[in-house]
Design a protein around this ligand. Sequence first.
Ligand code: GAR
Length: 206
Amino acid sequence: MTNNIADIAVLVSGGGTNLQALIDAQKSGIIKSGKIKLVVSNNANAYALTRAKDNGINTATVLKKECSSQAEFEQKIIDILKENDIDLIVLAGFMSILSVNFTDTFRDRIINVHPSLIPSFCGEGFYGLRVHEAALSKGVKVTGATVHFVNEIPDGGNIIVQKAVDVFEGDTPEILQKRVMEQAEWKILPAATELVCSSMTAKAAV
Ligand code: GAR
């Protein structure tokens, strides 16, 4: 916590459009109780790293292939987060399931954005475009996005915010993904981040 502002780390793996939404929300004042201090990627080529650097945010990259186990990979990330005194960890397209050791280390301090209305189309194996492929195969007429706390059950922690999005005839997974991002994810992730940060700073002030 710096001057009663929560220090945020965003964990990413890919394009980082949700990271961009967080950066934009910080600039516009939607996020005012927290500040993005660090971006951590498990992919050296993630465009999210460029977005961070373009905005003067420190970055770190931890590659699974350079670790001997999942435990070592997670420990490296834990060490970086602790060294940076991070209060809140935001998973924004971070494509690695975290073990109970990690989630217990930061209990109630990790949130994730998932591109469906949990409990539909979630859990292990449901990530990125696969989620939208599954929603279209099922023929749902409404989908959406969810921001939730992260515990040891994949996509199983308490729900913070959800937003519904219509599915239209002729949608492809790519078209639906874009609509869910634009209408839901890029709005609810900043909103939930501010909500959690403001509750953290309120507690810290007591
Ligand atoms: C987003 O749609 C996010 O919800 C999803 O990956 C995409 C990342 O895009 N995450 C998951 O599926 C996690 N289970 P981004 O890198 O452009 O933010």
